[in-house]
Design a protein around this ligand. Structure first.
Ligand SMILES: [Fe+2]
Ligand SMILES: [Fe+2]
Length: 284
């Protein structure tokens, strides 16, 4: 199937809140309250959560995460993270690594959200085990990437295509390849050919956004936007405050704003804003 390099764009403004690494069980309740207020005020079209809803995959922690999600009263797309796989009960880990997530958060770990010409797909990258001593690392499956690519191909030509994973698929500045999901290179070749617009991920607890060039097969390279989210509300911080990404797309323009909360502050506030524009060959 061939696709023109530049798609026609008729899209009105789309606003997506990208949260990650909530880690219920180790949250700052003040941050949770401030986040609920911020999302009520901003009223995003969709709230994406890119995994690690809990600290230890305990039922109570999942229930707290569920109550938080319900309180937002917005459309949701959620994928599990490595902390949502129970490590303390080994049979459970291997028999059904996402069992509790499915029962309490969402029965679908490969969700697809469609609204108008927006399509957002999620894929699980957390595993019971990976071919490495560190099982907190993740893997993206080729079949999952193919399924998402197929959904993207069947979507509107003018559509905005977003993929959500817990583990990043591309290296991060200052962090390198350390947390990149296994098989990402192969998956990105499939997603580049499917003209993915945005890759959303978490896991590293650091916010970062940029553009990345993906191989696009016969149609040539494709440039897409990446956005990593910090930990939204947990006290597991890695050198930066709690935060989340607010993504606004209008026509061929996109803004990725980091919204930040620090202890002592009453509300989340605007942090760094990165702006992108789409042209021939993707975003830059
Ligand atoms: Fe995390
Ligand atoms: Fe994680």
């Amino acid at each position: 199937m061939t696709r023109p390099m530049t798609r026609p764009v008729t899209r009105p403004m789309t606003r997506i809140a990208h949260l990650s690494d909530l880690h219920f069980g180790r949250v700052d309740d003040r941050a949770v309250g401030a986040l609920v207020e911020d999302l009520r005020a901003l009223a995003p079209d969709l709230v994406v959560v890119s995994g690690d809803l809990t600290q230890r995959a305990r039922r109570k922690q999942f229930r707290e995460a569920r109550a938080f999600l319900d309180s937002l009263e917005r459309p949701l797309l959620v994928v599990p993270g490595n902390h949502d796989v129970p490590w303390h009960i080994l049979p459970g880990r291997f028999l059904g690594p996402h069992g509790r997530f499915r029962r309490i958060i969402s029965p679908d770990t490969r969700p697809i959200y469609r609204e108008g010409d927006l399509i957002v797909a999620g894929l699980p990258t957390s595993r019971a085990a990976v071919a490495h001593w560190n099982w907190s690392l993740g893997r993206i499956s080729t079949s999952g990437a193919q399924r998402v690519a197929q959904a993207f191909h069947h979507h509107s030509e003018a559509g905005l295509r977003i993929l959500v994973t817990h583990h990043p698929l591309v290296p991060m500045e200052g962090v390198g390849h350390r947390h990149v999901a296994f098989n990402a290179k192969r998956a990105l070749a499939i997603l580049g050919a499917a003209r993915v617009d945005v890759l959303l991920a978490g896991h590293v607890h650091r916010s970062q956004s940029g553009c990345v060039t993906l191989p696009g097969g016969a149609q040539g390279d494709w440039h897409c936007v990446t956005a990593q989210a910090a930990s939204a509300v947990s006290t597991r911080l890695r050198g930066e405050p709690n935060g989340y990404n607010l993504i606004e797309v209008e026509g061929t323009s996109m803004a990725v704003q980091t919204r930040i909360w620090e202890p002592g502050e009453a509300a989340f506030r605007e942090g760094e804003v990165k702006r992108y524009r789409r042209g021939n060959g993707g975003w830059g």
